[in-house]
Design a protein around this ligand. Structure first.
Ligand code: V4E
Length: 222
């Protein structure tokens, strides 16, 4: 299991040039389709849990257990507030276990024996999971001299363009150092503003599931 720490930013006409100027190395471009799943009542996402299938692989993003109140200076807190962090679980039996734990009521009177095969999707209907979002992204990725920092520029098929500065931490890794790396990279990219930038899912839900989007906003999940 690892923890993804990331800061999103809005791209502009100069973003590519700036990346070149700061010595970012392009790792290439790839395209992928993401499918996100939840119960019809959105039991997972209302707990800030995001179940996704990308390129045939499953992934569950969950809130980290630390509550974000680690001791920080004012500047550090501001930088941390612009970043999101999620545990990433990619082991399918563990994903199935975590999801079942959350939707116990749904599972109570159902047969929920599950196959751990990545291709066999029968477990989804057994616990009433349906696809609520599907979109394709073209992603260009860059690495920087700063160790372990990756910058992704995403273009979603519904017209949203967003960048992210990302550090992947092993569980128990040094969060403060990851936040500092992201902050330094943001500085090099000339990012100003202290507003959190919307991710692709924000924009997708806003137009495709506006009621759920409003609920997630009111619960401070988005
Ligand atoms: C919406 C959401 C999640 C779903 C995945 O979102 P994101 O990380 O933006 O997608 P993507 O394609 O960049 O994934 P990657 O390739 O990096 O794995 S996971 C958590 N959330 C909630 C959330 C939030 N509340 N605020 C922000 C800024 N982002 C996500």
């Amino acid at each position: 299991m690892s923890v993804e720490v990331e800061r999103k930013f809005l791209c502009n006409a100069d973003t590519l040039k700036t990346l070149q100027e700061i010595g970012a190395v392009c790792l290439g471009q790839r395209q992928f389709c993401d499918q996100y799943f939840d119960t019809p009542k959105f039991d997972l996402t209302l707990r800030d849990m995001w179940l996704r299938k990308r390129k045939g692989c499953w992934e569950l993003k969950c809130p980290t257990t630390s509550n974000g109140t680690e001791e920080r200076s004012g500047e550090q807190s501001k930088a941390a507030a612009l970043c999101s962090r999620y545990k990433e679980i990619t082991n399918l039996p563990e994903i199935q276990l975590r999801v079942k734990e959350v939707i116990k009521d749904v599972c109570a009177d159902r047969e929920t024996e599950m196959s751990p095969s990545q291709e066999d999707e029968s477990w989804l209907s057994k616990i009433n999971l349906v696809c609520f979002a599907e979109f394709t992204t073209v992603r260009r990725s860059f690495t920087l001299e700063e160790e372990g920092v990756q910058v992704d520029l995403d273009q979603a098929d519904f017209g949203y363009h967003v960048g992210e500065i990302e550090v992947l931490l092993p569980e128990g890794g040094d969060l403060q150092s990851a936040l500092e790396k992201i902050e330094r990279t943001a500085g090099k990219l000339g990012l100003t503003g202290d507003q959190r930038v919307e991710g692709k899912m924000h924009v997708y839900l806003k137009s495709n599931h506006p009621e759920h989007y409003a609920k997630l906003l009111s619960e401070h999940i988005l």
